[in-house]
Design a protein around this ligand. Structure first.
Ligand SMILES: [Fe+2]
Length: 295
């Protein structure tokens, strides 16, 4: 058993305490995450890569600012794929809305297949990890989110490292962690997809450990979700309360053009944006590529 497997073993308090101390000491606090410069996303320099990897090893995400950047979906997509590959991200998901390079353009969309889906609206999105509704075989372990154009108002992101969320919950109620690690903890019923197909039911844990790494599958949604039982639902509600109460390790940012977040599918949310814009007229445009492997 690796030291990390032991840290996530609810029976092994000693390993957990040591890992927790180290984690909290090295994790950046709110407002402390640097924006790391990258001149050319398709060819990051050694020093740029080293800085990004060091940041990811501390917090599971890094924020970069590309010096040169394009607005064309094809060009940005190709750049983001190359950039991600330098960090080992090679297995991009075949998302239904994805174009070439596995890129999904997140923008307000009135296209029939996207209308009514929150990611393509101006609405806020509550805490979640990406692809929480996927099957186990399609687990999302990392993604890159890259800004081409920001909204005029709002569109702010918040991020909490999954390991910090785990620590908060385990400190508050270790039994809640156990409930959320149950392979039947969370069920997302089947539902119609943006492309008209039907996504099958997804049943799985909120927290699971894989190769000594913590992976999360979480959504704060309360509709179209069911928990194994009332105790599990309460454990999830406690987790949500802790996320909402987090201050020390809560990272807030509004991505600027050319900026992005490279991350191990960490918890995130976003605020609503451009409330007064005519429907569909917000210029906000983010590109996202999700991966099945991790950084
Ligand atoms: Fe997301």
């Amino acid at each position: 058993m690796s030291q990390f497997d032991a840290a996530f073993d609810l029976e092994d308090k000693t390993a957990y305490v040591a890992w927790r101390r180290d984690k909290l000491a090295h994790s950046p606090r709110a407002g402390e995450v640097p924006v790391l410069g990258v001149v050319d996303l398709s060819q990051p320099a050694e020093s740029e890569k080293t800085a990004i990897l060091a940041q990811i090893s501390e917090s599971n995400f890094a924020i970069y600012q590309a010096k040169n950047y394009s607005e064309s979906e094809d060009e940005v997509g190709a750049e983001l794929r190359r950039f991600s590959e330098f960090f080992g991200l090679r297995i991009a998901e075949a998302h239904r809305s994805a174009g070439k390079n596995g890129v999904v353009a997140l923008k307000v969309s009135l296209a029939e297949h996207q209308r009514g889906f929150i990611p393509y609206s101006r609405k806020a999105m509550n805490w979640h990890t990406d692809g929480y509704y996927n099957s186990e075989a399609d687990t999302i372990r990392a993604f890159v989110l890259h800004c081409v154009r920001q909204a005029d108002i709002g569109g702010q992101s918040q991020i909490i490292d999954n390991e910090i969320a785990y620590i908060r919950l385990r400190d508050a109620a270790p039994e809640a962690v156990a409930l959320l690690m149950d392979p039947q903890a969370m069920t997302i019923p089947e539902s119609p997809e943006a492309d008209g197909s039907v996504r099958p039911v997804s049943i799985g844990p909120v927290f699971f450990i894989e190769d000594g790494k913590l992976i999360m599958r979480y959504t704060a949604r309360t509709r179209s979700i069911s928990w194994k039982n009332e105790a599990t639902r309460k454990a999830a509600a406690l987790l949500q309360e802790l996320l909402e109460g987090e201050r020390d390790y809560l990272h807030t940012l509004t991505l600027q053009p050319g900026q992005g977040i490279l991350n191990n599918n960490t918890l995130h949310n976003r605020t609503a944006f451009d409330p007064n814009a005519d429907t569909g007229s917000s210029q906000r445009m983010l590109y996202r590529i999700r991966f099945h492997n991790r950084l």
